[in-house]
Design a protein around this ligand. Structure first.
Ligand SMILES: [Zn+2]
Length: 317
């Protein structure tokens, strides 16, 4: 992995490379932009170049090898397991007060930082206010507005834009299936991570089953409940399937109002889209419900029950 292997984000990579070369690196960055587009990869690559004994991210020196194995003692990664709590912030505060072990710098990556509790955010803020000189923070989020302003204002902000369709298509053209690459680039909304999720056959087939279910192909409670159970298996899968459902209803709306297929995201589901002899109140009501469900899912709820409740309400008669 090198900056060159990260697709797109040329401006962002140039900026970070410039900072590395100049050696005057801000103590905190805020990397924001939707999930799965390479923010964390970029932060990791930055750490690699910083720690690399040749300062190139050679991939061969002791520091690079350790970093690639995930065992470099000066790289601290905090990520979501439910939410980032006060214990995490205390651990960071303790860690940063000590001198790095092997490098002369330390990198702290806080991924999904929007899940920080208020208590954790306040404790982190204290650390950011008086950071020991050899620490560099990467605060990563797909939901910037949920990061307290007090923290944001102490970071150099680097925004990541969704990738272009063509960039994704090139990325997914691995086995020469252009039709598949084009579809993946369309349904992944600028995110490689999202496309990789849909490359998985089980995920892709559940997507089709959900579409069929909301179009009223099988409205039995047992069927809907079982779909909901699978779709809600993890936080990540919930986000993916809810985003899909929203785009699917948007497609039904577009198909109904314009009669066109060329504006549609989920082109492979054409049969279902046309087939949904859909009335506007159903479409609009369903979209509202999906958005509401997305909001509720951020709280500590029973994902399966909430998803099941959604399907029962949006599945057409
Ligand atoms: Zn190296």
């Amino acid at each position: 992995m090198a900056f060159n292997d990260i697709i797109g984000h040329e401006r962002q990579k140039r900026f970070l490379t410039y900072l590395l070369e100049r050696g005057n690196i801000p103590h905190a960055f805020l990397l924001c932009g939707q999930e799965g587009i390479g923010k964390r990869k970029t932060a990791l690559e930055f750490a690699r170049r910083l720690f690399c004994l040749k300062k190139t991210g050679c991939g061969e020196c002791r520091a690079c090898v350790k970093l690639d194995r995930g065992s470099h003692p000066d790289l601290v990664i905090i990520e979501r397991e439910g939410s980032i709590g006060i214990d995490n912030s205390r651990m960071i505060a303790k860690e940063v007060s000590e001198h790095p072990f092997e490098s002369d710098k330390r990198v702290i990556i806080i991924d999904n930082a929007e899940t920080m509790t208020m208590e954790a955010a306040n404790a982190l803020l204290k650390t950011l206010e008086e950071p020991p000189p050899y620490n560099h923070f990467f605060i990563i989020t797909s939901s910037e507005r949920e990061i307290p302003m007090t923290i944001r204002s102490r970071c150099s902000r680097i925004a990541f834009s969704p990738l272009a369709r063509e960039q994704l298509e090139t990325y997914f053209m691995t086995d020469g299936d252009q039709h598949q690459a084009r579809l993946l680039s369309s349904i992944s909304f600028g995110s490689i991570g999202c496309g990789i999720f849909w490359q998985d056959e089980d995920n892709f087939s559940l997507r089709e089953k959900l579409a069929a279910a909301v179009c009223g192909k099988d409205k039995s409670f047992v069927a809907l409940s079982s779909l909901a159970e699978r779709a809600s298996a993890t936080d990540h899968s919930v986000t993916m399937y809810l985003t899909f459902l929203l785009s699917f209803f948007r497609d039904i709306f577009v198909r109904k109002t314009t009669g066109e297929m060329s504006f549609v995201t989920n082109a492979d589901l054409e049969d279902l889209l046309g087939d949904a002899a859909s009335d506007l109140p159903w479409i609009e009501g369903s979209m509202k419900r999906i958005q509401e469900t997305m909001r509720i899912m951020r709280y500590n709820v029973n994902r399966w029950l909430v998803f099941e409740n959604l399907l029962i309400h949006v599945a057409r008669d």
